[in-house]
Design a protein around this ligand. Sequence first.
Ligand SMILES: C[S@@+](CC[C@H](N)C(=O)[O-])C[C@H]1O[C@@H](n2cnc3c(N)ncnc32)[C@H](O)[C@@H]1O
Length: 323
Amino acid sequence: MTNSVPFEHITVLREELLDSLGLTQGDYAVDCTAGGGGHTQGLLERVGPTGKVIAIDRDPWAQSVLKARFAQELESGNLELIAAPFSQIAAELCQRNLAGKVQGLCADIGVSSPQLDAAERGFSFAKDGPLDMRMDQTQGVTAADIVNEWSVPDLTRLFRDYGEDPQARRIAQAIERERARKPFERTLDLADLVASSVHYKERSRRHPATRVFQALRIEVNGELRELEALLKNVGPTIKLGGRCAIISFHSLEDRLIKVAFRALAEGHVKHIDKRLPITAVEIDKLKKFTIIKPFPRIPGDIELEQNPRSRSAKLRVIEKKGD
Ligand SMILES: C[S@@+](CC[C@H](N)C(=O)[O-])C[C@H]1O[C@@H](n2cnc3c(N)ncnc32)[C@H](O)[C@@H]1O
C-alpha cells in the first residue's frame, strides 16, 4: 500500500458540483471518482439517511482511505464502494437494479493530489520514482513498458495526440536512442531526457516533460476511452429529471464531454451504450437531454488561491428531461 505521503486531496468545485445535481433526501447518487471522498461526503449529506450513494474508484489506495473514512455509512448501507473502472458503471448498476434510477451522477476526472505527490506511483516528473503511472497497480501496462517498447511512430503519435506536444517526434527519437543504451525505469530519467532533447523557453512555467507525462498517463490508464464509455452510459444510468455533472482538467477531456453532451441534447442515439438492457421506449426518452449551462463552471478567485491545482478545472452539467 502506498504511504510515503498522507492522503490529502482538496475537493475541487465541491459546492458547485453538488448544487448542480438537484439531489433531495432519499435519492440515489453515484460518484464515479470517489478519491478521498470529498464529493462522496457531500452526496451522502444531500441524499440523507434514506438515500444511497454508490462510490467508485479503481485505485486500491483510495479504496482503503474511503473504507476508513466512511466505515459508519458503509455499515448502515447508505454507501456502497465499488473497486472498478467507471467504464463498468452500467453493468454495476444493472446488477443492483439501479440503472435508470439515479438522480445524480458525478465524476471528477483524472488523478488525485496524493496519487501525483507519492513518488512511488510514478506520475510526477518532479519526483524520482518507478515509471509506473497506473491508477490500479494490480493490472495493466506501466509507463515504462510503453516508453521502452513502443516504436518511434507510435510514441510520436502518443505525445502528439494525448500530450499535444509540438516536439513529439524529436522526443520519441531521443527516447529510442537512450533506451538502446539503458531501458527507462525511473521518472526523473525520462523527465531529464525530455528536458535535454527539446527546445523550450527557459522562463516557461511548465516543465518541458509536462506534456509527455500527461500523454503517458492518459494511455496507461485508458483515460479517454474510460471517459467515452462513461459518457455513453449517462443516459441509461440517470432517471428522468436526473443530472450528470463532470469535472475535467484538460482540453482533450473537456472536448469529449462537450461533444457528447451536445449529441445527447440533440438526440444522437450513438452516444448511448446499446449493450444495455433498455427498451425502445426508454431509448426514446434518453434522447431528451438539456445542457444546464452552455459554458462550463470554473473555480473562482478564492478557490484558485486556496487550491492552485484547481486552475484548469471545468464543470459541465446535463439533465435528462422529465415528462
Ligand atoms: C480527482 S480524484 C477525485 C477526488 C474526489 N472527488 C475527492 O473529492 O476526493 C480522481 C479519482 O478518480 C479515480 N479514477 C480516475 N479514473 C478512474 C476510472 N476510469 N475508473 C475509476 N476510478 C478512476 C482516481 O483513482 C482518483 O482517485
